[in-house]
Design a protein around this ligand. Structure first.
Ligand SMILES: NC(=O)c1ccc[n+]([C@@H]2O[C@H](COP(=O)([O-])OP(=O)(O)OC[C@H]3O[C@@H](n4cnc5c(N)ncnc54)[C@H](O)[C@@H]3O)[C@@H](O)[C@H]2O)c1
Length: 261
C-alpha cells in the first residue's frame, strides 16, 4: 500500500456528504474547502443565497463538488427544510459542521437581554436544534459525524463578550452530552475551539489594546490561519482516523488556553 493510499484510507472523505452551516463565513468556507479537498461533497448552508452562491463558486473553482441551501439556525423549521433539501440534492448527509455564530461586545452592565437572547439563539440553541434535526436523519441512514465550533471562550471567558462566552461554554457542554447519548448509534460529536482567526466578526471587537492583550496571551504570538483548523476537522470527522473519538474538545489556539501569563 502506498503512503497516499494509507492516508486516504485513514483521513479520506470520498463518497461522503458534508453540510457546513455558516459555510459562507470565514472559517466555514475554509473548512468546506478542506473537507471538499479531502473528497467530501459539500452543501454550503448559510443565511443569504448570494453569499452561499459565492461560496459555492469558490469551491467549484477549486474542483470541489458543492451545492448550497439557505438556512436560519434560529428556526427549527428552516433547519428541517435544510436537511430535506440536502437529502434531495445529495441523497444523504454523513457530516454536519455547525459553524454559524455571532458576537457582540459590551461592558457587563450594558448587556442587552434581547441581544443576549439573540447570541444564545444562534450560537447555542442553533447548534442544539441543528444537531437534533440532522441526528434524526443520521439515525435513519446508519450514522454520521458532527463537528461543533466552540471557542477559547468555552474554557476562558474573555472580557466584554459575556453572552458569546456563555454560549460557547454551552456548545462544549452540549457536544459532550449529545456525544454520550449517541455513542452507540454510530454518531460521533466533537468540537473544535478556535483561538483568534482573522474574520469580520471579531475585527469589529478588536481594538489595539485588545489585540495586544490577545497576542501577549497567545504563546505563538500570532493569529491563526483558518487553514490551520482543517487537519483537526478532518481527523475528527473521518470515519477511520476519528473512529474512537467522540465528545472531544480540541483547542486550536496557538497555545492560548495553556498559557497563564
Ligand atoms: N474567527 C475567530 O477568531 C473565531 C474564534 C473562535 C470561534 N469562532 C467561531 O467560528 C464560527 C465561524 O466564525 P467566523 O469567524 O467564520 O465568522 P463569520 O462571521 O465569518 O461566519 C459566521 C457565519 O455564520 C452565519 N450565520 C450567522 N447567523 C446565522 C443564522 N442565524 N443562521 C445561519 N447562519 C448564520 C453568517 O452568515 C456567517 O456566514 C462561529 O461560531 C464563531 O463564533 C471564530
Amino acid at each position: 500500500m502506498s503512503s497516499a493510499e494509507f492516508l486516504e484510507g485513514l483521513f479520506g472523505l470520498n463518497g461522503q456528504v458534508a453540510v457546513v452551516i455558516g459555510g459562507a463565513g470565514a472559517l466555514g468556507l475554509c473548512l468546506s474547502r478542506g473537507l471538499g479537498k479531502a473528497g467530501a461533497k459539500i452543501v454550503v448552508a448559510d443565511m443569504g443565497a448570494e453569499a452561499c452562491q459565492a461560496a459555492v463558486d469558490k469551491l467549484t473553482a477549486d474542483g470541489i463538488e458543492a451545492v448550497y441551501a439557505t438556512v436560519n439556525v434560529t428556526d427549527k423549521d428552516s433547519l428541517r427544510a435544510l436537511c430535506a433539501e440536502a437529502l434531495k440534492l445529495t441523497g444523504k448527509v454523513d457530516i454536519l459542521v455547525n459553524c454559524a455564530g455571532i458576537n457582540v461586545g459590551n461592558s457587563f452592565v450594558d448587556v442587552d437581554p434581547d441581544v443576549w437572547d439573540k447570541i444564545m439563539s444562534v450560537n447555542l440553541k442553533g447548534t442544539m436544534m441543528s444537531c437534533q434535526v440532522f441526528i434524526e436523519s443520521m439515525l435513519q441512514t446508519g450514522g454520521g459525524s458532527i463537528l461543533n465550533i466552540g471557542s477559547v471562550n468555552s474554557d476562558r471567558p474573555l472580557s466584554r463578550v459575556f453572552a458569546y462566552a456563555a454560549s460557547k461554554a454551552g456548545v462544549v457542554n452540549l457536544t459532550r452530552n449529545i456525544a454520550q447519548e449517541f455513542a452507540t448509534k454510530n454518531i460521533r460529536v466533537n468540537a473544535i475551539c478556535p483561538g483568534f482567526f482573522p474574520a469580520e466578526q471579531n475585527r469589529k471587537l478588536l481594538d489595539e489594546k485588545r489585540v495586544e492583550n490577545i497576542m501577549n496571551g497567545t504563546p505563538m504570538r500570532r493569529y491563526g490561519d483558518p487553514n490551520e483548523l482543517v487537519g483537526t476537522a478532518i481527523l475528527l470527522l473521518s470515519q477511520n482516523a476519528g473512529s474512537y473519538i467522540t465528545g472531544a474538545t480540541f483547542y486550536v489556539d496557538g497555545g492560548f488556553t495553556c498559557s497563564w501569563f
